[in-house]
Ligand binder design. Structure first.
Ligand SMILES: NC(=O)c1ccc[n+]([C@@H]2O[C@H](COP(=O)([O-])OP(=O)(O)OC[C@H]3O[C@@H](n4cnc5c(N)ncnc54)[C@H](OP(=O)(O)O)[C@@H]3O)[C@@H](O)[C@H]2O)c1
Length: 291
């Protein structure tokens, strides 16, 4: 008997990374997994993997930024399963740029996926979630909320917006017994960041490990089982997260003191910023590191 044998679990962003690993893990605990994302081949691969291990899974192709499609998917899930127990919002987009040259169109797209669609998904799926027994709603946030580094404007701003949304929503839904949680992973090795990590604009300071998506999935599972409000992953970064939330200037000092050449890199970015392409600002890592 699995913990989730009678549960219907919807995972937005289930075609890849953290969402995919949540799907594989939650299926092992007996849940009926419903994956939602845009790429058919990737979705089918996850569904087949789960079924191959005798799990229960199906997928819907949907762009979270398309409201009509979200309503259709929610209707189809209601007709087929009649309820929803757990919703995990793991759809996400990522972009790095100096704020001064940030392409507003790109920033809007990131905001659409990381914030507006999370809000809209909540509105569309809440009536169905109310009919479930577990009633858990989990947003995959980011360590960049408590610890926001330079160049993360486009990514961290929607995650901060999502944080504000979650704080209010949790209070609104508490009387109905609906659990609302935010999970804050540090850097996770997934397709979202693999091109960017360890490049000039995405330096990882000492003491911050790059974790795998399976670790995050385990954290999401615990968060739901224990009905926790929030979880920093890995857990040992909770102290840094709390300190940085209380004293936001600490994060800049930490980067400056722990990464050789960081301040020079910021200066180089500043000099190159006008008219420069965001892909080339600041310079690649070797130049970044030279004093
Ligand atoms: N990787 C990290 O370092 C890290 C750290 C902290 C937090 N997070 C957060 O974790 C979440 C998952 O990211 P990940 O690292 O697992 O990245 P990922 O492997 O790139 O997964 C992103 C997922 O979002 C889906 N998605 C993107 N745009 C979508 C859209 N318009 N409509 C529907 N689905 C969409 C993608 O599916 P399709 O492309 O098939 O649509 C994919 O399944 C994100 O919210 C991210 O911000 C990641």
């Amino acid at each position: 008997m699995g913990y989730l044998d009678t549960s219907v679990v919807v995972i937005f962003g289930g075609s890849s990374g953290i969402g995919k690993e949540c799907a594989l893990l939650f299926a092992k605990h007996g849940g009926q997994i419903i994956l939602i994302a845009r790429r058919q081949a990737e979705l089918e691969e996850v569904v087949n993997e789960i079924r191959h291990q005798n799990g229960k899974a199906e997928a819907f192709i949907a762009d979270v930024t398309n409201p009509d499609v979200l309503h259709n998917v929610a209707g189809a899930i209601k007709d087929k399963y009649g309820k929803l127990d757990v919703l995990i919002y793991s759809a996400g987009a990522f972009h790095l740029s100096p704020a001064e040259t940030l392409d507003i169109q790109i920033a809007r797209k990131v905001m659409d996926v990381n914030y507006w669609s999370a809000l809209h998904v909540t509105q569309v799926f809440l009536p169905l979630l109310r009919t479930g027994s577990q009633k858990s709603l989990v947003f995959i946030s980011s360590l960049s909320v408590p610890c926001t580094p330079a160049f993360f404007t486009a990514y961290a701003a929607p995650k901060h917006a999502l944080h504000g949304f979650t704080l209010a929503l949790r209070q609104e839904l508490a009387p109905d017994g609906i659990h609302v949680a935010e999970v804050y992973p540090g850097p996770v090795y997934t397709p979202l960041i693999e091109e960017h990590i360890h490049q000039a604009m995405y330096r990882v300071p000492p003491g911050i490990p790059v974790i795998n998506p399976e670790t995050v999935a385990k954290g999401v599972f615990k968060t739901i089982m224990k009905r926790r409000k929030e979880l920093v992953i890995p857990k040992r970064l909770s102290v840094i997260a709390r300190l940085s939330s209380a004293f936001p200037c600490l994060i800049g000092s930490y980067y400056r003191l722990s990464i050789r050449g960081w301040t020079k890199g910021l200066q180089v970015a500043d000099r190159k910023v006008n008219g420069a392409d965001s892909e080339t600002v600041p310079p690649a890592e070797p130049e970044f590191l030279e004093p």
